[in-house]
Write a protein that binds this ligand. Structure first.
Ligand SMILES: O=C(O)C(=O)C[C@]1(C(=O)O)C=C[C@@H](O)C=C1
Length: 364
């Protein structure tokens, strides 16, 4: 085939691609038009614009439709379509534990897509305050890491906040050693959030045994500082490295390759039932009087109603009496009859009871 023919063929193929792209945009515009109508209808009923359970259904349904693309690729495309469509209904502001480049920001992007106004906050309580005071529509905070356990500041705020949990996001935690040079030999001090230092302990003691370690308020802050001094390296996500112009000195240095963090999405309005097997999750807090069999008795209605308990955790009630608040995650939605009845029974027998929300369970 001569060069002229090849250029002609390439031109023809690209013209076909352009025509298909025109069609995709035409369909996206059509979708946007319908979403605007949904927005107007919901606005007139005072219904919430963000419907995570509906978005999850769309993401899952469309993930399996393509003959060419993987479910992961389809989800990435539709996440952004949903994000832009939602923004046509209403601008959404999301507060999160910042700065930009943290895993919490990655959780924001995974749940909401990029068509949101981001409000980075310096502490977990600040995120709660931003949503409680109406400066943000939603908040995203870390709840639990599967190797380091619970985030106490989040649990403590859940005890008193009027907000509800409206969703959860699970993010794989991949730590990287980032520096200006990208050379391991030049690193004289490693900076990171204490959780990240703990999650990379074995790697650090094996590969940088004599290098000093310094705790920072966040991994993104560690990356920011590393960008100012060539002798420093920060442990952070690749995204933080991109933001601060750092190179990768070592990738994937976390000790567990299963390392994930679960984040909670906080909001003002209840989330509707998604349904399906294991599709929803409900979280509540209770306290009981300290006597024999109290915990067994209060949880018995869950067993009676065949409600699956996913997580049980205690925190000191801080009243000086060695009493505890219990944080519970169960499978199902409060709109499910069995869950409603079980929660009613728990509420009746508890000294303290606080419903924190029913929401779609993170898919991965
Ligand atoms: O179905 C809705 O309630 C919509 O507002 C539409 C839509 C969408 O783009 O499909 C947009 C935002 C919601 O979070 C869920 C879905």
């Amino acid at each position: 085939m001569d060069d002229a023919k090849r250029v002609e063929d390439l031109g023809a193929l690209r013209r076909r691609i352009d025509a298909i792209d025109d069609e995709i945009v035409r369909l996206l515009d059509q979708r946007a038009q319908v979403v605007r109508e949904v927005g107007a209808l919901k606005g007139s009923q005072g219904a919430s614009i963000f419907r995570p359970e509906r978005e999850d259904m769309i993401l899952e349904r469309t993930a399996g439709l393509s003959a060419q693309f993987s479910p992961k690729a389809m989800k990435a495309v539709f996440r952004e379509i949903l994000s832009s469509c939602r923004a046509l209904e209403k601008k959404t502001t999301v507060a999160y534990l910042g700065p930009a480049g943290t895993f919490t920001e990655m959780a924001v992007l995974k749940r909401f897509g990029s068509a949101v106004e981001e409000l980075p906050c310096t502490t977990v309580p600040d995120v709660f305050d931003a949503v409680e005071n109406g400066r943000a529509d939603f908040g995203v905070v870390p709840r639990e890491n599967n190797s380091q356990g619970s985030v106490m500041l989040t649990l403590d705020k859940l005890l008193t906040t009027p907000l509800l949990i409206v969703g959860e996001v699970s993010v794989p935690v991949v730590h990287n050693l980032l520096s200006l040079s990208g050379s391991l030999g030049k690193v004289q001090r490693v900076l990171a959030h204490p959780q990240a230092l703990a999650q990379c302990r074995q790697w650090l003691s094996k590969n940088l045994p004599h290098v000093q370690q310094q705790a920072c308020s966040s991994n993104a802050e560690a990356a920011r500082l590393a960008a100012q001094d060539p002798s420093l390296a920060g442990i952070a996500a690749i995204r933080a490295g991109d933001l601060y112009g750092l190179k990768v000195a070592a990738a994937g240095i976390q000790d567990s390759c299963q390392n994930r963090t679960r984040f909670l999405v906080l909001g003002q309005q209840k989330t509707h039932r998604r349904g399906g097997d294991g599709g929803d999750k409900t979280t509540f807090i209770f306290a009981v009087r300290n006597r024999a069999g109290a915990l067994f008795e209060i949880l018995k209605p869950l067993a009676d109603e065949k409600v699956d308990m996913l997580h049980l955790e205690s925190r000191p009630a801080r009243n000086g009496l060695w009493e505890y608040n219990f944080f519970v995650d169960i499978s199902g939605h409060v709109e499910d009859e069995a869950v409603r009845r079980a929660l009613e029974a728990v509420r009746k027998n508890a000294l303290v009871f606080k419903f924190l929300g029913s929401y779609p369970r993170a898919a991965d």
